[in-house]
Write a protein that binds this ligand. Structure first.
Ligand code: CP
Ligand code: NVA
Length: 309
């Protein structure tokens, strides 16, 4: 039975460390991985748009000799034209793995129950595991893990924060978050992260005031206030997130030269200002680049080809 990556919690601390190592190795010598996926076909089941997740997975798979079939919302109409479990059992006969981006996390877990190869969560309403792994890879490239950088997340208690918290908890890292009262992280995911943190020595600190959350932090992270699928509540969210913007005044409270992180896409003028996005401290495009290397590492690991040669 193949392993899937639907939640960060599907990975042990050791596996996360190994993934970060494989990704660094693949980044250094991509030519040595040219044929490792030869003859393998992957399906991309995407209910929402994507730039980074789609293109980095597709480029990564092509560059390792595999092939992909993109299945957008109008193509297979997952769960509408046919039940999720039937699609999973059919695709199981054709494909070596799937990457899924869905509105509901349930769709991915239901699919996995009927699919015998790796299922990778390319973003759901609960988690964005590939993103958080690329983010920690990027953070540790700039500030090595043994320096124990403090990451402060300011924004929505949503999919990206959930996966970041779980990675931090698994790795024994320090993470703080500030979200508006009504947009706290999912209590179940928070509890899981807190329980893990007790074992690993990680610290997860909650703040309501973003200024306090970033005080002395090494890196500040934000995500859009209006996530994909929330366009109809846009006005309300912009109002509710007032005061949570990552701008010059906020970063002045962090450590001097603090890194600025964002999963992208960014909505300049909302969660982040244009000058902060364009500042020297912003490492957002390094995070985007590392999506490519971490996706390759994830595929190699899940297909049991991840041994570092
Ligand atoms: N960060 C991220 O997942 O980007 P896309 O939505 O473009 O895939
Ligand atoms: N929270 C955002 C992340 C985009 C990568 C969303 O779900 O749209």
């Amino acid at each position: 039975m193949f392993q899937s990556l639907i939640s960060i919690n599907d990975l042990s601390t050791e596996e996360i460390r190994k993934l970060l190592e494989i990704a660094a190795d693949v980044k250094k010598r991509p030519q040595d991985f040219r044929n490792v996926l030869e003859g393998r076909m992957f399906g991309f089941i995407f209910e929402k748009p994507s730039t980074r997740t789609w293109v980095s997975f597709q480029a990564g798979i092509f560059s390792m000799g595999g092939g992909v079939i993109y299945l957008g919302p109008e193509d297979i109409k997952l769960g509408v034209r046919e039940e999720v479990r039937d699609v999973a059992r059919v695709l199981n006969r054709y494909l070596s793995g799937v990457v899924m981006r869905t509105f509901s996390h349930w769709t991915i877990t239901e699919f996995q129950d009927y699919f015998e190869k790796p299922v990778i969560n390319g973003l759901s309403d609960k988690e964005h595991p590939c993103q958080a792994l690329a983010d920690y890879m990027t953070l540790y490239e700039k500030i090595p893990a043994d320096q124990d950088p403090v990451l402060a997340f300011v924004g929505d208690g949503n999919n990206v924060l959930h996966s970041l918290m779980l990675v931090a908890a698994k790795l024994g890292a320090k993470i703080r978050y500030a979200t508006p009262k009504k947009y706290q992280p999912n209590p179940k995911i928070l509890k899981t992260a807190q329980e893990l943190a007790k074992k690993t020595g990680a610290s997860i600190e909650k703040f309501l005031d973003p200024g306090k959350a970033v005080e002395g932090a090494d890196a500040i992270y934000t995500d859009v206030w209006v996530s994909m699928g929330e366009e109809d509540i846009r006005k309300k969210k912009l109002k509710d997130f007032k005061g949570m913007q990552v701008n010059k005044a906020l970063i002045a409270k962090a450590k001097k030269g603090a890194l600025i992180m964002h999963c992208l896409p960014a909505h300049r003028g909302e969660e982040i200002t244009n000058d902060v996005m364009e500042s020297k401290c912003a490492i957002v495009f390094d995070e985007a680049e590392n999506r490519l290397h971490i996706q390759k590492a994830i595929l190699l690991h899940l297909l049991n080809q991840g041994a570092i040669q």
